[in-house]
Design a protein around this ligand. Structure first.
Ligand SMILES: Cc1ncc(COP(=O)(O)O)c(C=O)c1O
Length: 343
C-alpha cells in the first residue's frame, strides 16, 4: 500500500512542467550577479509583494535568520511569539547568528495587538535594558494550525513598531496560503511590514528555496549576510526556475489544498481517539488533539501502519498538511484508512 504523506507540504516533488522549466533554465553565476533566472525570480517576487527588492536564499530558515541578523545588533531583544518557527524550529539560530535575546510572548493567534504588547516594552533610556528593535510575526501561524494572522492586527503592530523606531519582520513561509484563503493581495498583507521571508518549497511545490523581501538597503545587507552564512549559490537558476514556475502556476491552486484540509477535518471529526475541529481549519493544516490516555507518537505510528503519514508536534498534538501531491482522492482515501482506527 502506497502511504499517503500528509506530514508536511514540504514533501512534494516537482511536477513535469516544473522539471521542464528547471531543465531549460538560463543560468549564470549568481554570486557574481549573473544568473538571469534568479534575477527574474527576485524581481517578480519583490513586485508581487509590493517591495523594492528580494533575495533568493536556500531555505526559509536562512531567510528568517538573515532578516533578523540584518535588523538587530548583538545584545538586542526581539519580541516574538513563544511558538514561532524562529523560536521552536530554527536550532536556536537567533542566539547564535544574531546574538539576540528573545522576549517570548503568548497569544491565541500569533502576537497580541499593541495594547497587550505595550507591557512587554523596555525603557530604551535605561542602560540596564536590552535594546528592542525588532518584532517578528508569522503568517500563516504554523504551530497554531495554519491560522491567518488578522490583517488589522498586522497593521496595528506595524504602526506600534514604527512609532517607536522599531521594525517588523514577517515569517511568511505560508504567506501565499494566507493570501489565497483570505482573498487578499499578498502585497496588501505585507504593506507595512519591513521584511518578509516567503517559501517556494512548501505549498507552492518547488524543490528548493525561499526569498527575503524588503527595501533595497535591507536586501543589500541581506546579500552580504547570505554570503557570510554560506548561502551564496552559483548556477542557482536551475532551482530558481522551479520557484519561478511555482509562483506563476501554483499560487491559486492553494485553494484546493485548503478545501482538502477542510474535507479531511470533516472526515475525522467525531473520532474518539483524535479530536479534530473542522471549524479551526483556515488553510492547509489540520491539527488533531490527542485525548488523555493516548500518546501522539504512538498514534502517528499506528496511522503510518494504516497507510497515512502525519506528524506528532507534541505528545498531545498531531498535524496533517495537505499539498500538491495529496489531492482530493488521496485525502478521501486517507479518511477511509483512518476512520476505523480512530473511531
Ligand atoms: C512557518 C515556517 N517558517 C519557516 C520555515 C523554514 O523553512 P525551511 O524548512 O525551508 O528552512 C518553515 C518550515 O516548515 C515554517 O513552517
Amino acid at each position: 500500500m502506497q502511504p499517503i504523506d500528509l506530514r508536511s507540504d514540504t514533501v512534494t516533488r516537482p511536477t513535469a512542467a516544473m522539471r521542464e522549466a528547471m531543465a531549460t533554465a538560463e543560468v549564470g553565476d549568481d554570486v557574481w550577479g549573473d544568473d538571469p533566472t534568479v534575477i527574474e525570480l527576485e524581481r517578480e517576487v519583490a513586485a508581487m509583494l509590493g517591495k523594492q527588492a528580494a533575495l533568493y536564499v536556500p531555505s526559509g530558515t536562512m531567510g528568517n535568520q538573515i532578516a533578523i541578523r540584518c535588523q538587530t545588533r548583538p545584545g538586542d531583544e526581539i519580541l516574538v511569539h513563544e511558538l514561532a518557527h524562529v523560536i521552536v524550529h530554527e536550532a536556536g539560530g537567533v542566539a547564535v547568528l544574531s546574538s539576540v535575546q528573545t522576549r517570548m510572548i503568548a497569544g491565541e493567534r500569533g502576537l497580541p495587538g499593541p495594547d497587550q504588547l505595550e507591557p512587554w516594552l523596555r525603557d530604551p533610556a535605561d542602560e540596564h535594558h536590552a535594546r528592542q528593535h525588532l518584532i517578528c510575526i508569522e503568517n500563516t501561524i504554523g504551530e497554531q494550525g495554519g491560522l491567518i494572522f488578522p490583517q488589522d492586527r498586522i497593521d496595528a503592530i506595524a504602526a506600534f513598531a514604527h512609532e517607536r523606531g522599531m521594525r517588523l519582520h514577517m515569517d511568511g513561509a505560508r504567506l501565499w496560503n494566507a493570501a489565497v484563503a483570505s482573498g487578499s493581495d499578498p502585497a496588501r498583507i505585507v504593506r507595512d511590514v519591513d521584511s518578509v521571508s516567503v517559501c517556494f518549497s512548501k505549498g507552492l511545490g518547488a524543490p528548493v528555496g525561499s526569498a527575503v523581501v524588503g527595501d533595497a538597503n535591507l536586501i543589500e545587507t541581506a546579500r552580504r549576510n547570505r554570503k557570510l552564512l554560506g548561502g551564496g549559490m552559483r548556477q542557482a537558476g536551475i532551482i530558481a526556475a522551479g520557484a519561478l514556475h511555482a509562483v506563476r502556476h501554483h499560487v491559486d491552486r492553494l485553494a484546493d489544498d485548503h478545501a482538502n484540509a477542510r474535507a479531511l477535518a470533516e472526515g475525522l471529526a467525531g473520532s474518539r481517539r483524535l479530536q479534530v475541529d473542522p471549524g479551526s481549519v483556515e488553510t492547509n493544516i489540520v491539527f488533531g488533539a490527542v485525548p488523555a490516555g493516548e500518546n501522539a507518537a504512538a498514534l502517528v505510528a499506528e496511522m503510518a501502519e494504516a497507510g497515512v503519514l502525519c506528524a506528532d508536534l507534541s505528545p498531545r498534538t498531531v498535524r496533517f498538511v495537505t499539498h500538491l501531491d495529496a489531492g482530493e482522492q488521496a485525502v478521501s482515501a486517507a479518511v477511509e484508512r483512518l476512520q476505523p482506527l480512530l473511531q
